[in-house]
Design a protein around this ligand. Sequence first.
Ligand code: NAP
Length: 258
Amino acid sequence: MDLGIRGKRALVCASSKGLGRGCAEALAEAGVDLVMNARGAEALEAAAAEIRARHGVAVVAVAGDITTEPGRAAVLAYGPFDILVTNAGGPPPGMWSDWSREDFIKAFDGNMLTPISLMQAVLPGMIAKGWGRVVNITSVSVKAPIGVLGLSNTARAGLTGFVAGTSRQVAGQGVTINNLLPGIHATDRAIALDGAVVKARGIPMEEVIAERAATIPAGRYGTASEFGATCAFLCSQHAGFIVGQNVLLDGGATNTTM
Ligand code: NAP
């Protein structure tokens, strides 16, 4: 299917690896020029070079921490953008009783205030053009809380509230904002969380992965490429009537009717 976005320009945050990388790949495959970002310059440059070579689109790699003001200013300098994909690393796991005010503020900065600030920066340009697409990578924890990821549950719920209201304020100007909610995907982040279980329970990694996969009706972890393909569809011409949605990509793991 032609997504109808060839020649558009996208900012894909936190995209040298994992789900962000999957989104960058799928957008590039649809002919979209990219600004990619991550903190580690080496992996970022390597990812940008691979995408350039594979898809023949223009890719600018901007190394920096997207959760900081200078990190955001550095990527935004390469605007204007037709498409924004927000993403950043997730907060660490822990216990509700242990988190301090500083821990919450760090989580809010990374997973709520950073995407909000990026949207505030790019939405006026999209509205002026009468066309724009924003996809925020959030988490299944927005629909069904994950106890040990309370910082994520809290910060992402705040972002979800902002998107629910704002998406309806900009839809009339040709701009859509939606959230993609990953369940378990085979990325470094998932492997790190599995590694913590290996350590805590003293069982092999394969056993941890098999146990977690068994909790998913699809019987496996998701892949970054199928996640990216969904993102690219939400950024496509065909998705102009999809507004303010929270799209679950979890292999059926969240047991809800709606
Ligand atoms: P990942 O495999 O660890 O990849 C994270 C990517 O983001 C890397 O490219 C990393 O590069 C970059 N990054 C991290 N923090 C950054 C920052 N502050 N500024 C700029 N770049 C940054 O993670 P993932 O699995 O793709 O997860 C992406 C998001 O989805 C996270 O918020 C995660 O919590 C959420 N999520 C993931 C899953 C899952 O199963 N994978 C499930 C639910 C939610 P550098 O380290 O070089 O910066």
